[in-house]
Write a protein that binds this ligand. Structure first.
Ligand code: GAR
Length: 204
């Protein structure tokens, strides 16, 4: 399975995927990592890991449609089986998602459909919820909408700040993203025969 990962910032979820591929927990290829603006740490991490990178700068295009078409072309060049929005803070069009067979995965730091958008952690804290969490889902062209694949809850502590809560959510989110990708990747080949052959052990 070949994936392209899209980022807008730090890319710590992406790093969890890079690490899981490197140490053999995930049997997939990160074909490329793309960003919507120059100078992201996510792109820097990817380059350091030897992964091809690209930037389709939102600000360099006259409108969203032109940017979306350019992004579609840049991602399609790597022929992915799946595209992952990992802290990618832009809405893509239905055309983009269709171009990749609807295989557009997103992670979000809240229990969707609660608290979608760019400030899921801040909004959950402001509401005063006692439990929030993270969601991995198939994204459609809405804001953090589409069929949910996996969710995990995180309790909100007393005196929690947006930063402390987001970091605790991200610890869970990184694990959930890796396990979701593992469940979507084709089964890994066993390194040795799963059953002894008859010639070795005779009929049972
Ligand atoms: C993650 O928590 C991700 O869920 C969130 O951005 C963070 C990126 O962190 N995405 C959204 O809020 C999408 N609505 P990272 O760059 O360290 O992986």
């Amino acid at each position: 399975m070949r994936i392209v990962v899209l980022v807008s910032g730090t890319g710590s979820n992406l790093q969890a995927v890079i690490d899981a591929v490197k140490d053999g927990r995930l049997d997939l290829e990160i074909a490329a990592v793309g960003a919507d603006r120059p100078g992201t740490y996510g792109i820097e991490r990817s380059a350091a890991a030897g992964i091809p990178t690209f930037v389709v700068d939102f600000k360099a295009y006259p409108d969203r449609a032109a940017w979306n078409a350019a992004l579609t072309g840049a991602v399609a060049a790597f022929a992915p089986d799946l595209v992952v929005s990992s802290g990618f803070m832009r809405i893509v069009s239905a055309d983009f998602i269709e171009a990749f067979g609807g295989k557009y995965l997103n992670t979000h730091p809240a229990l969707l459909p609660a608290f979608p958008g760019a400030h899921g952690v801040r909004d959950a804290l402001a509401y005063g919820v006692k439990v929030t969490g993270c969601t991995v889902h198939w994204a459609d062209a809405g804001v953090d909408t589409g069929p949910i694949i996996a969710q995990e809850a995180v309790a909100v502590g007393d005196g929690e700040t947006e930063e402390s809560l987001h970091e605790r959510i991200k610890v869970v989110e990184r694990r959930l993203l890796v396990s979701t990708l593992a469940s979507l990747a084709p089964a890994q080949k066993p390194e040795y025969p799963a059953h002894p052959t008859n010639s070795q052990h005779g009929p049972f």
